[in-house]
Design a protein around this ligand. Structure first.
Ligand code: NAP
Length: 310
């Protein structure tokens, strides 16, 4: 294979799991490449604040924490490249990793591609995306200064990002399908006590209204109540995530939702291929557990290579 670039460990995806894997693999003395189709940081980079990463007390913007992780991995010799990986093929003892611009070979690969926002899949959503429908409050929130917005979902993301939006929107309405939020109690209380945030329980979005821009949400009751129309200028959707596991579909075992199944060392069903962070089947998806995964996968991958004499 002419011009292929060789690494011991290649990491696909550079969020907290990927960066930590890069740090640990580099410190294990391995040549490491971290590839991301964007600038890196994953979902962490667009998270407005993090206040539960141990050792970082107070609040830190997600972007800043991600940048610190990247700097640390680079300091120990990991290499970062912004490219999109389009193919991953096992070839004897190696993996051939194809990007849109290059071909690499690696002795072990760590998949740390994370997850992407789940869509509501309702009428108006696709047409009005970028015209009032958004999946990233940190990216688009500033466009809604003094306006009324809705946030759909009841998990940590929905409540955290509603708190962010409440800083400059006129009014934020959290629309949740049940009568109880799923988010951690501490931020639930913050939202409940925020004068700019209203909670609307037991409703789902039936469709998003608006011609050129969002004008409101048609809501259907989940508790037998009347349907209603919620006028708003924007809607931020936080109804969970879907795994970015397309690259390994058909190559390794996935669960029924598409998350990658791994063993205790985070090895997939294919030896030498590991999965770390939100892309894998796991109990708790947090920055700290993504980092933990990165450390485990990199250490296991380095030991796997040592055992093979590589
Ligand atoms: P999540 O925890 O899966 O919550 C998704 C929310 O959307 C749930 O409240 C769910 O309702 C609702 N939902 C799902 N499908 C829906 C639909 N079709 N229509 C209306 N509502 C729907 O997702 P997330 O909040 O994005 O968080 C993802 C992971 O990251 C979680 O593990 C979370 O803890 C973690 N995270 C942590 C932090 C933090 O610790 N600060 C911040 C952000 C994210 P039900 O409750 O009824 O299921």
């Amino acid at each position: 294979m002419p011009n292929e670039k060789r690494y011991d460990i290649l990491i696909v995806g550079a969020g907290p799991a990927g960066y930590t894997a890069g740090l640990y693999a580099a410190r294990a003395g391995r040549s490491v490449l971290m590839i991301d189709k964007g600038i890196g940081g994953g979902q962490l980079a667009s998270t407005f604040r993090i206040e539960n990463y141990p050792g970082v007390s107070g609040e830190i913007p997600g972007f800043d924490l991600a940048e610190r992780m990247k700097t640390q991995a680079l300091q120990f010799g990991a290499v970062f490249s912004q490219e999109e990986v389009v193919g991953l093929v096992p070839d004897n003892d190696l993996f051939v990793v194809q990007t849109t611009t290059d071909t690499y070979t690696a002795r072990a690969v760590i998949l740390a591609t994370g997850a992407s926002p789940r869509k509501l899949e309702v009428d108006g959503e696709a047409r009005l995306t970028g015209r009032g429908v958004s999946y990233c409050a940190t990216c688009d929130g500033a466009f809604f200064r003094g306006k009324n917005v809705a946030v759909v979902g009841g998990g940590n993301s929905a409540v955290e990002e509603a708190l962010f939006l409440a800083q400059f929107a006129n009014e934020v309405t959290i629309v949740h399908r049940r009568s109880e939020l799923r988010a951690d109690k501490v931020i639930q209380e913050e939202a409940i006590n925020n004068p700019n945030i209203k909670l609307l329980y037991n409703y789902v979005v039936a469709s998003i209204a608006g011609e050129d821009k969002v004008t409101g949400l048609n809501l259907a009751s989940t508790a037998g109540g009347p349907d209603k129309f919620l006028p708003c200028d924007g809607v931020f959707v936080y109804v969970g995530n879907i795994p970015n596991s397309q690259l390994v579909r058909g190559l390794v075992e996935l669960d029924e939702q598409g998350f990658v199944l791994v063993d205790d060392e985070l090895q997939t069903s294919l030896p030498g291929l590991y999965a770390a962070g939100d892309v894998r089947h796991k109990f708790l998806r947090q920055v700290v557990t993504a980092c933990s995964d990165g450390a485990t996968a990199a250490t296991a991958a380095a030991m796997y290579l040592s055992k093979k004499g590589a």
